[in-house]
Design a protein around this ligand. Structure first.
Ligand code: ZN
Length: 317
């Protein structure tokens, strides 16, 4: 797909996607500069509901999930290849993890579901202190390309605002200079009002003057949340970032919160427990295994745990 982004194409996208979450990959016609712009409002609100998150926890996880989706630019489009983004800081947020695949499916969790820090007021708007919530530590990206060993690389957290940290990772570990923007806006009712982001990067051969022009465009841009709440869609934001260039659409991607867990994966984690512990669970009347990534609970009756013990005993020692 290589379509010039014009009014008709924008109308088609609006009709097709409506209010759903999606991403657009585009390049400049004149030069090799690529952008991936996403809207993740619904999937961020789903994560909030599944995990029961406070507004600040939602903002931190929402930015991390959007970041993981943007990082799927490192894996093959429309495949099960995955990118996992892990942020381990010393701030009150604790561990924050998000995993996205080439098909646009994302899942994630934040250790501290009930983060509450004083929000600052900037230009009359409430601004959550994500930086203090994260603190200092490391950002790790694990790329699972379906090979035997996933590729893993870490960088120190340089900002704590997440977008800058992802840009730092891309520069240091992947040698890709890029501009990353992320934003999550929470309404008075605690629901996610807008969420999304973009990643713009020059590809080999991009001219310096074109890169400079785009840097200038990015600097002029209002915050991501402001763009989205003013009704801008990913393709509109792309037009603004790539202002002064012809824009061609490379790919479209529907985005959704989707976890890979199942009763089988929960059973596997029970299977790893020593028989003694399993017997204890039977005495307690069963077990509940909760998935970290989506907070879904799987129940196991004493009879089911009994069967797991039988299977374990059949296993060669
Ligand atoms: Zn799950």
């Amino acid at each position: 797909m290589l379509k010039k982004l014009d009014e008709q194409v924008k109308k088609d996208f609006k009709e097709y996607f409506g209010d759903r979450d999606y991403g657009v990959v585009a390049v400049t016609g004149e030069d090799a500069i690529r952008i991936f712009c996403i809207r993740t409002t619904n999937l961020t609100d789903i994560a909030r509901l599944k995990h029961g998150l406070t507004p600040l926890s939602t903002v931190v996880l929402g930015r991390t999930m959007a970041g993981a989706i943007l990082l799927t630019t490192l894996v093959k489009h429309a495949t099960e290849q995955r990118v996992l983004l892990r942020i381990e800081g010393d701030g009150p947020a604790g561990l924050v993890v998000a995993e996205a695949n080439g098909k646009g499916e994302v899942r994630g969790f934040i250790q501290n579901k009930h983060l509450e820090l004083k929000s600052k007021v900037v230009n009359g708007k409430k601004k959550f202190d994500v930086k203090s919530a994260i603190g200092k530590g490391t950002l790790t990206v694990v790329k699972d390309l379906g090979l035997r060993t996933p590729y893993e690389s870490s960088v120190p957290i340089v900002s704590g605002e997440i977008a800058e940290d992802i840009a730092y990772y891309l520069l240091k570990s992947e040698q890709i200079p890029s501009a990353v923007s992320l934003g999550v806006l929470i309404g008075e009712d605690g629901k996610v009002q807008a969420a999304g982001g973009f990643l713009v990067q020059p590809l080999p051969g991009a001219k310096d003057k074109n890169i400079a022009k785009i840097e200038e465009n990015v600097k002029k841009l209002p915050p991501m949340t402001e763009l989205l709440t003013s009704g801008k869609r990913p393709e509109d934001i792309i037009e603004q970032v790539l202002e002064g260039f012809t824009v061609k659409v490379l790919a479209l991607k529907e985005l959704s919160f989707k976890c890979r867990c199942s009763k089988e994966t929960a059973e596997q984690s029970l299977f790893l427990l020593p028989v003694e512990d399993l017997k204890k669970l039977i005495e307690e009347g069963g077990a509940e295994i909760k998935c970290n990534f989506c907070s879904t609970a799987y129940y196991f009756t004493p009879q089911e745990i009994e069967n797991i013990i039988k299977l374990k005993e059949k296993e060669p020692q």
